[in-house]
Design a protein around this ligand. Structure first.
Ligand code: HEC
Length: 382
């Protein structure tokens, strides 16, 4: 008996030491791109569910949770702060979502108990991307989101867009919030806050164009991709434009047509055809490069020429172009290598261009252009 006890204690101690050593040695992969082990998932899930149930149990749901004004307020909040992670009717993807682990539930499909929703929104969930909104929002505002969440499941994309469009502008929604939801392609219309950011297509790209300078001459013939831009902000940058013909490219409503517009845009920039470039840009287009957003007239007035000039001095090679539909928008992303020299300095960058297009008549028109670039991975430089 005594011996058995000693053996049991020994085994327990050895197990503890083993677990500790495993953790200390850094053997567990904490990367968000590699799933937990099944046991870890079930432990965490049990702990999270029990914790939320227990903490939410004593919360009282306010009587006005079905009030249309409150629901409307919640719609605006949700579109600005939550849809980027939790999706919405007609919003099936975002920039941030694919990388999140655990994956945020699609709140357009599941209805969460109001008390639990309130608790989670206010306090957040540890070791997940779910923030504690209670730091920046009062209880009434959080309840408005809960109220909206009760209505959301089952809404059609059109109903969702309509309610968001009617929602009151919210003082909380600064540009940062709006930026957080980049991908959700609906017009989130609240007044201004969202609109610009949304137009900007999404990815908050860091655009610094990795310092290129312009200068020398390389020629732009083939493949150049437009977007590169970059250069000094004041000067030259090479952004490309699109080309003129929305007509030949643009008809047809599919993504292929949107890609054709992207190709036109690039070709027009490379040819230096200003009119063609401008013809592809919507009047309210937003152009972001190097962290700076310009409207159409600012772009036409200065940067466009700089971009054209820059493109004449470099060689652009399109590596990859992808597109996807997002609600009524098409997002076309193109990656290109840009090499050459500008202003006497060598240029070797990988440029990323993200175009957001909406339908215009039979084709597509560009509503947002986002250019960023980074140095080419080493070994691939000039
Ligand atoms: C950066 C991404 C992100 C943002 C932004 C975000 N959430 Fe979450 N949210 C998550 C993740 C991830 C989970 C799941 C956590 C888990 O499973 O442990 C979650 C969980 C939830 C849950 C619990 C769902 C359930 O089934 O119990 C609710 C409710 C919720 N979020 C509401 C919101 C609301 C409302 C907003 C906007 C104010 C918001 N979230 C913003 C990532 C986000």
């Amino acid at each position: 008996m005594k011996n058995t006890l000693i053996v049991l204690l020994g085994v327990a101690l050895a197990t503890l030491l083993g677990v500790y050593a495993f953790m200390w040695l850094g053997m567990y992969n904490m990367g968000a791109d590699s799933p937990h082990w099944k046991t870890t998932v079930s432990m965490l899930t049990m702990m999270r569910e029990r914790s939320i149930e227990k903490h939410a149990a004593s919360i009282t749901v306010p009587g006005n949770i079905g009030d249309p004004q409150i629901i409307l307020k919640g719609a605006g909040q949700y579109a600005a702060m939550c849809a980027g992670c939790h999706l919405a009717p007609g919003v099936s993807d975002s920039e941030i979502r694919p990388g999140l682990y655990p994956q945020p539930p699609d709140l357009g499909r599941v209805r969460v108990d109001p008390r639990q929703a309130f608790w989670v929104i206010k306090h957040g969930i540890k070791m997940s991307a779910m923030p504690a909104w209670g730091f920046s929002h009062d209880d009434a505002t959080i309840w408005s989101m809960v109220a909206f969440l009760q209505e959301l499941p089952g809404m059609t994309p059109a109903e969702y867009r309509a309610i968001v469009a009617r929602a009151p502008p919210d003082a909380d929604m600064g540009p940062m919030n709006a930026g957080a939801m980049p991908g959700d392609g609906h017009a989130h219309a609240h007044g201004g806050a969202g609109a610009a950011a949304v137009a900007a297509t999404g990815a908050p790209v860091a655009h610094d164009h990795g310092g290129h300078d312009h200068g020398g001459a390389v020629d732009a013939r083939t493949g150049s991709m437009p977007g590169m831009r970059g250069m000094d902000r004041d000067g030259a940058a090479g952004k490309p434009a699109f080309a003129a013909s929305a007509h030949d490219a643009g008809h047809g409503g599919g993504v292929a047509a949107a890609e054709a517009v992207a190709a036109d845009f690039r070709n027009a920039l490379q040819r230096g055809d200003r009119a063609a470039v401008l013809a592809l840009l919507a009047p309210r287009v937003r152009i972001r490069e190097g962290g700076e957003t310009q409207d159409r007239s600012a772009y036409a007035g200065h940067h466009l020429d700089a971009d054209i000039a820059f493109l004449k001095t470099v060689r652009v090679e399109l590596r990859e172009r992808r597109s996807r539909l997002q609600g009524t928008r098409a997002i076309v992303t193109s990656l290109s290598d840009v090499r050459g020299s500008a202003h006497g300095n060598p240029v070797a960058v990988r440029s990323k261009e993200t175009l957001t297009l909406t339908r215009a008549g039979a084709g597509w028109t560009i509503v947002a252009v986002d250019w960023s670039s980074a140095p080419l991975p080493s070994g691939e430089g000039t």
